[in-house]
Write a protein that binds this ligand. Structure first.
Ligand code: TEU
Ligand code: CA
Length: 551
């Protein structure tokens, strides 16, 4: 199916986790003026769209994914005037701004919840999901994403409320038309300010499947699909939000959705559906999570990973659109997770850049990838700030688990790995702040930082710039076709892209082993992490080598 031309299909997203981008006032917390001071840098990369993780008022139980006022900026980040200046600065540079919309739940400190819990007769009671105890216990056996039960008992009114995330993140009741109206209003508030779209947090979870009943599944991922995601009214809610509000602006939306699968995704993103512009899917991100989630890991399966990438790429042929990504603020650094962050770090980071930027869709680059940032080591839970890590640590240790074993897992999969400050230079605190940061920098900042990359023409940073420039010059990436080329070796991923009379092939070696491929020998290199444009490809692939050739 051919795709209609739209600006947001042609662009590239850069995600900023605001607490960790740049501190401007020496309190150790990244802020809006800090981001403003780095806009020239972001523009110099060739980024089109900036996605900001939440900057709204929040008690920060889940670092801003627990919002207490949707129309206020958290003082840690600055003021509304700072926000307006940021938006202006972004637009002046020809870029766009996408905000995070977190409306599956609010903070328990949001005034709606304060009123809701005040009394069973409150007109706000029904803004959230309250239930009586059943046989003196939780209404259902639902586990929370962040450990423990999804129900919290409220003594004063003697009922439980539902929270799929932490108990400070009560789920909103979307069945209530007033709730939907409030959300439409707040979406309009931000769109009227001139932002260019929303990333919609766990949007697949907003419609609950009533009556709420016990799950029969054991594995958490299956519980999500069985009970939490893709509820009966999800498409009605998204369609209404689109029709009543979003469609009146020239904006786009990217929905985040655990439980969205390869088969039901098209219902969210099909061009004629009028729901979401694109989604982030998680099939490659959850595949090494075991029955109890990320702290119950199973072995990474490269073959499956590459099959998932190729399979989801085809959804674009079916008329859908996605945002490819390999890391974000919830996972670990992509090269540490899927590649090599040691000996072959540079080659590997560049190879992943080739992959990310030659898939179809609107790619999302998580801040710091452009310099090949890596996971760090966490030896003690005191070094961690993430509620997910802390909750699961407590559960693990209470059950008698060895703290050191858990901390090893945290160093692999903990979300704080990607939440550490950006490494700007080799001065103290990596140039992020003059004070001790809210989450300590990765000690490797003296070797991996933006400043050093700037002065090295062969750096990962310059490679990203070149690749982004290249992508912009060629429409193959956006409107062409993409087809996998079968290879005899799992670690060699190959595909072909065509547009008009242009034909390219991409070869990627997902290993440190040298190998060769029977395609493309004698063709001219157009972009590569070892070879230079204009070189002749010989069919040999070095460790983590990536190459795009013209056929
Ligand atoms: O994440 C949703 C989600 O699926 C994650 O909880 C994921 O399972 C987990 O992070 C894997 O470690 C979104 C936000 O991106 C995340 O930061 C929030 O904590 C969460 O929703 C609740 O708002
Ligand atoms: Ca600050």
């Amino acid at each position: 199916m051919s795709q209609t031309k739209t600006w947001w299909k042609e662009q590239v997203i850069y995600q900023i986790y605001p607490r960790s981008y740049q501190d401007s006032n020496g309190d150790g917390i990244g802020d809006i003026p800090g981001i403003i001071s780095r806009l020239d840098y972001i523009q110099s990369l060739g980024i089109d769209i900036i996605w900001l993780s939440p900057i709204y008022a929040s008690p920060n139980d889940d670092n801003g994914y627990d919002i207490s006022d949707y129309r206020a900026i958290h003082p840690d980040f600055g003021t509304m005037a700072d926000f307006d200046a940021l938006l202006k600065g972004i637009h002046e540079r020809g870029m766009k701004l996408v905000m995070d919309l977190v409306v599956n739940h609010t903070s328990d400190e949001h005034e709606w919840f304060e009123k809701s819990k005040s009394s069973k007769d409150s007109p706000y009671r029904d803004y959230y999901i309250w239930r009586d105890a059943v046989d003196g216990k939780e209404p259902t056996n639902w586990p929370s994403f962040f450990g423990g039960s999804s129900w919290e008992f409220h003594e004063e009114t003697q009922q439980y409320y539902l929270h799929l995330f932490t108990k400070k993140q009560p789920d909103l009741n979307w069945e209530n038309a007033r709730v939907r109206q409030e959300i439409h209003d707040l979406v309009r508030y931000w769109l009227d300010k001139g932002i260019d779209g929303f990333r919609m947090d766990v949007i697949s979870l907003i419609s609950k499947d009533y009556p709420l009943t016990d799950t029969t599944k054991k594995a958490f991922g299956e519980v999500v699909i069985e009970r939490y995601a893709n509820g009966p009214r999800i498409h009605e809610y998204l369609h209404d939000l689109h029709t009543d509000v979003l469609s009146q602006y020239d904006v786009f939306t990217v929905g985040e959705g655990p439980g969205i699968t390869r088969t039901n995704a098209i219902d969210y993103i099909g061009a004629e559906r009028g729901e979401l512009s694109m989604i982030f899917h998680f099939d490659h991100m959850f595949m090494d999570h075991g029955a109890d989630g990320k702290f119950d890991p199973v072995a990474f399966d490269l073959k499956r990973f590459l099959d998932v990438i190729a399979d989801w790429n085809d959804i674009i042929e079916e008329g859908g659109w996605i945002s490819p990504f390999f890391d974000n603020h919830d996972f670990q650094r992509m090269i540490s997770r899927f590649g090599d962050d040691g000996e072959h770090r540079e080659a590997c980071a560049k190879m992943f850049a080739i992959l990310l930027l030659t898939l179809r869709g609107t790619p999302s680059i998580y801040m710091g990838s452009e310099i090949g940032m890596t996971n760090r080591t966490f030896d003690s839970i005191d070094q961690c700030r993430d509620v997910e890590t802390i909750n699961f640590y407590n559960i693990y240790v209470e059950k008698g688990g060895d703290p050191a074993t858990f901390m090893k897992m945290v160093s692999d999969v903990g979300r704080d790995n990607v939440r550490v400050p950006i490494q700007w230079d080799s001065s103290s605190h990596a140039g992020f702040s003059t004070a001790k940061p809210w989450l300590d920098v990765n000690p490797n900042f003296t070797k991996i930082n933006v400043k050093d990359c700037e002065s090295d023409p062969a750096s990962i940073l310059h490679f990203y710039r070149e690749l982004l420039r290249f992508r912009k010059q060629h429409r193959n990436f956006v409107y062409g076709t993409w087809k996998r080329i079968e290879t005899s070796r799992v670690e060699t991923f190959a595909y072909e892209m065509r547009f008009d009379d242009q034909q390219w092939q991409v070869f990627l070696n997902f290993s440190a082993e040298q190998t060769s491929i029977s395609h493309g020998s004698g063709c001219t290199v157009v972009m590569a992490n070892y070879l230079s444009p204009g070189d002749t490809f010989t069919g040999k692939l070095q460790a983590w080598e990536g190459v795009i050739i013209a056929v």
